[in-house]
Design a binder for this molecule. Structure first.
Ligand SMILES: NC(=O)c1ccc[n+]([C@@H]2O[C@H](COP(=O)([O-])OP(=O)(O)OC[C@H]3O[C@@H](n4cnc5c(N)ncnc54)[C@H](O)[C@@H]3O)[C@@H](O)[C@H]2O)c1
Length: 285
């Protein structure tokens, strides 16, 4: 059901790869809610993903850009404003990647070139996307910028690795830039800390299925899906949340406030009787 929450608004969506992507669901919902949008992703993602289909469905165009390159981001805003015929009202940063995670490098044996890439792609790109927008004066007053985060920014989660540091930086950028952009142009900046979600990026984390099951059992409302996440993000793009800024907002079914739930405890008690599983995990530590 649509509510026309974004009627007449214009937005740029970074990070839709395929139907599972959180950004894909946001693009679909933004369109349903009356927005005009532009999509962007890396040339490789455009080649191998399914984004053309999304562009057709949402009457948008795709502007290729590597979000670590300032010039390419500038091109996204300039071409985007041309296509949308004016300034932007919302921007989604839904970008993340760690080669250390992909290559199974543990946190105490990181490859530092990979680490720099993790930070550049998953955190600094957020700063670049905001800084370029501000310099070009590309965003209307009361505009809204949102990035996707994860609770590993606050709490250590086995195997999340250097992405945790990237998410901590991402959330900090939302606060630091949120102050400046809010003060000068009334643009708000927030991060949404989402439940584990079975997307391409999510599946890169080894053991995501077990983590997914654990957080689902721990959360009174269960894990939040990509589609539910998109619904929440639409409210942050809408005029109903104009005074929300510089926040990290949990969208996780209550997981972030839990210590132990009955459902998780039951599973844990069962697993204490499974010596083989426990042994396998101990070997990894
Ligand atoms: N899936 C989860 O469990 C989960 C949970 C919390 C937060 N998040 C965050 O949500 C965001 C979106 O991820 P997703 O789960 O939808 O997975 P996804 O794989 O669908 O999206 C990740 C996107 O990042 C893009 N990307 C990678 N390098 C890039 C670059 N240099 N320039 C531009 N784009 C680049 C990819 O092409 C892809 O579209 C990420 O920030 C991720 O960390 C995911």
């Amino acid at each position: 059901m649509a509510y026309n929450l974004l009627k007449g608004k214009k937005g740029i969506i970074f990070g839709a790869l395929d139907r599972k992507s959180i950004a894909w669901k946001v693009a679909e919902k933004a369109y349903e809610e009356g927005a005009h949008i532009v999509l962007t992703n890396t040339p490789a993602a455009i080649r191998f993903g399914e984004i053309e289909e999304l562009a057709k469905k949402t009457q948008s165009i795709i502007i290729p850009a590597d979000a670590t390159h300032v010039k390419e981001i500038e091109n996204v805003y300039l071409k985007g404003m041309e296509f949308l015929d004016g300034k932007i009202d919302f921007v989604l940063h839904s970008i993340g990647m760690s080669m250390n995670v992909r290559k199974n490098r543990p946190y105490d044996d990181l490859d530092y070139d990979y680490f720099m890439k993790t930070l550049d792609i998953s955190a600094l790109s957020f700063h670049k996307i905001i800084q370029v927008a501000k310099k070009l004066d590309a965003i209307n007053e009361w505009g809204s910028i949102v990035a996707l985060s994860y609770i590993a920014a606050q709490r250590t989660l086995f195997r999340y690795n250097d992405m945790a540091d990237a998410k901590a930086a991402l959330e900090s950028i939302a606060r630091s830039f949120g102050y400046i952009y809010g003060r000068e142009k009334k643009v708000r900046i927030n991060t949404v800390s989402q439940s584990p979600t079975l997307t391409t990026a999510g599946s890169g984390v080894k053991g995501i299925d077990d983590l997914y099951d654990f957080t689902d059992r721990m959360s009174p409302l269960g894990n939040a899906s990509a589609e539910e996440c998109a619904g929440y993000i639409i409210t942050l793009f809408s005029d109903l949340t104009r005074k929300v800024t510089m926040q990290n907002l949990y969208h996780d079914g209550g997981f972030s406030s839990m210590g132990m739930s009955a459902r998780a405890m039951t599973m844990y008690s069962h697993s204490l009787n499974c010596e083989e599983c426990a042994h396998k995990l101990e070997e990894e530590m």
